[in-house]
Ligand binder design. Structure first.
Ligand code: ADP
Length: 305
């Protein structure tokens, strides 16, 4: 069976999942004619489609800004890393993408966040529907106390997804590079898996409901180096089909896997209040080899923590 095109998928999603407004999806190979640049492959000449566009975003807890002035785009089929010292607002920002801050009492989001060109925070957008399209993987693997099979089947069953459940489970586990390791014990409890396998199970659980974005908040910080390597390889495989945003405190990891990097820092105001800010957003290679801002350089070279 051929995969539906993005435009078809969006139309179907809108009908099946009841988003109150269709999402406007701009084609990567759309009409916007970019000037021809000799020697540069066509695909590289065109600006990459933005899945999310953030414009002057500020998130506050109980009216106190935790992070502000955040403006950058998340590109389609790219891995975008959010890095910076503890408390600079990385997790706060990643939670904006699937409206998880809505679940935190006292949290408010100001500014503009567009998802496929549509205002993610418009009153008519259903946050629950948003979270079905934008999956999230957390720091600590959090499988359900169920079998491996039922962990994967849970989301598709809740959503009433059509199709053979065995096939859906196999596809998700294969996608998450886990099928060969677990195919003979699908009915055993997920808690019997190693930590690294549990994290890949959580990624498979995300993939089973066919999101278009995967958010990962420090997905490897509880894992050993071998499991970390497997998750990183998996991320690189998955970006052909998904757009990924990762929060990581591991700079080598950001340098290894990401295409774009946002470096955050904490600024102290006159009244000693700490607020996160984006210092620099650019190609990962530039951030790590030739950053524009001395604060980025000091951080990526380990001069400040
Ligand atoms: P990072 O992920 O970069 O470590 P966070 O986004 O977790 O940073 O935190 C940014 C700031 O927001 C910190 O000052 C933190 O204390 C505050 N913060 C984060 N989550 C909450 C919350 N649920 N309630 C109140 N303050 C919070």
């Amino acid at each position: 069976m051929t995969e539906p095109q993005d435009s078809q998928r969006t139309e179907e999603d809108t009908q099946q999942r009841g988003l109150s407004q269709p999402l406007e999806v701009r084609s990567l190979h759309g009409d916007s004619a970019a000037p021809a640049v000799k020697g540069v492959p066509e695909a590289e000449r065109k600006p990459r489609e933005a899945i999310f566009s953030l414009d002057d975003v500020m998130v506050s807890y109980s009216k106190k800004p935790a992070v502000r002035g955040v403006s950058f785009d998340i590109g389609k089929n790219q891995i975008t890393a959010l890095i910076g010292p503890s408390g600079c607002g990385k997790s706060t920002v990643i939670r904006c993408f699937n409206r998880m801050n809505d679940l935190i009492p006292g949290a408010t989001v100001d500014g503009k966040i567009l998802y496929h060109g549509q205002d993610l925070y418009a009153p008519q957008v259903d946050a629950v529907e948003v979270r079905k399209r934008i999956g999230m993987v957390f720091q600590k693997p959090n499988p359900f106390p169920k079998s491996i099979y039922d962990n994967i089947a849970f989301g598709p069953r809740v959503l009433g997804m059509k199709g053979d459940m065995d096939e859906i489970v196999e596809r998700a586990l294969t996608h998450a590079a886990l099928w060969d390791e677990v195919k003979d014990r699908l009915k055993t409890n997920a808690f019997g898996m190693s930590g690294g396998q549990q994290q890949r199970l959580c990624i498979a659980r995300c993939l089973a409901v066919e999101p278009d974005v995967i958010l990962m908040d420090e997905p490897c910080s509880a894992l050993d180096p071998i499991s970390t390597g497997k998750i990183e390889d998996l991320m690189l495989d998955l970006k052909d089909e998904y757009s990924i945003v990762i929060v990581t405190h591991n700079m080598q990891q950001a340098a290894r896997v990401s295409d774009k990097t946002a470096f955050f820092t904490v600024e102290l105001s006159e009244n000693e209040e700490r607020t996160g800010r984006v210092v620099e957003f650019d190609d990962t290679e530039k951030i790590f080899t030739n950053p524009s801002d001395p604060r980025t350089e000091a951080y990526v070279t380990g001069k400040v923590g």
